[in-house]
Design a binder for this molecule. Sequence first.
Ligand SMILES: [Mg+2]
Length: 130
Amino acid sequence: MKILIVEDDFASRKFMMDYMSKHGECDGTVDGGEAIEAYTMALEDEEPYDLICLDIMMPAMDGYQVLKIIREMEKDKGITGKDRVKIIMMTALSEEKNVKKAFEMGCSVYCNKPIDVGRLEMAMEKLGVI
Ligand SMILES: [Mg+2]
């Protein structure tokens, strides 16, 4: 599968890229703007991502904004239901209101940081990507 890792922190990004590479082809982006660019390019190339691992706290455009834009782009393009990209939000912000907000905005699964690989695997199984 094709995976996009969106994470501004170098160490976290490297960890995710190394770990997720066993599950598929990984691209890494350092901020929200780059993430939208990567997502758009993949759609134009007709090789969309299957999974996006999205950090919430990033400078300029945060993960919520990225999530919102991606879901809007899908809507515009008529991509619905299970054809929509699976999105795992990753954050240390685990308060209920943040989790609720992410789900309302269309995230598929929420993973707390520091990332526990066991939980990440469970999340991916739940999403049916592995
Ligand atoms: Mg961050």
